[in-house]
Design a protein. Sequence first.
Length: 253
Amino acid sequence: RRSRVPEEPLSGGRVLGRGGLFWRHCKNWKNAPLSASLKSVFYLLCFQMKTVSVALVLCLNVGVDPPDVVKTTPCARLECWIDPLSMGPQKALETIGANLQKQYENWQPRARYKQSLDPTVDEVKKLCTSLRRNAKEERVLFHYNGHGVPRPTVNGEVWVFNKNYTQYIPLSVYDLQTWMGSPSIFVYDCSNAGLVVKSFKQFALQREQELEVRTPCHGLATAWLPFAFSLGRAVRRAGQSCGGRRHFPQVDA
């Protein structure tokens, strides 16, 4: 059942209908840094939107700590309520991925789920572009767990692996925006995740400014929905690492 929202007048006296999905997720849509025309178009298009695809990207490399992490003893080790050291590395990775998917399925059982476990850049690109292509104009969710790789960079990069798992490879948030398209939801579960959100917002505003220059507002299509309205969620603020308290699991999904 959809929530009721207040009617919103548009320029010229027209009134939008009722819906609830967008209103629940983004109540401050009027304050977004976009023109009135872009806001109106987005408001019209969002009410029947649903999350149809979910990408679960886990970079754990179980048993190998990233070089910039110093763990205390004892420390928090649980991933999705599972101790990754209680079984073999590959089995642990697969079990954690399955548990994370089950948690999301409780929220959205009809979505299409795809896991990418300890992936390369090319594998992430293939996953994101495939989900966006199949989702068409509906919303896609991207969940990134980076507890087995270095912290995000100030340049807006998270980390994945090379094919042989001998190097950490940077993955630009800008590229993720390109592959995921809009509308999307991004969840970053890693140390210093606030840096990712900060870069995400900067890249999103840059894209919207370029879009407004290139494209007349009346010609917008749903494939060009504003990136500024994509939802980003970070479990830690910029400058903070994931806590070492052993009673708290690493994943909050």
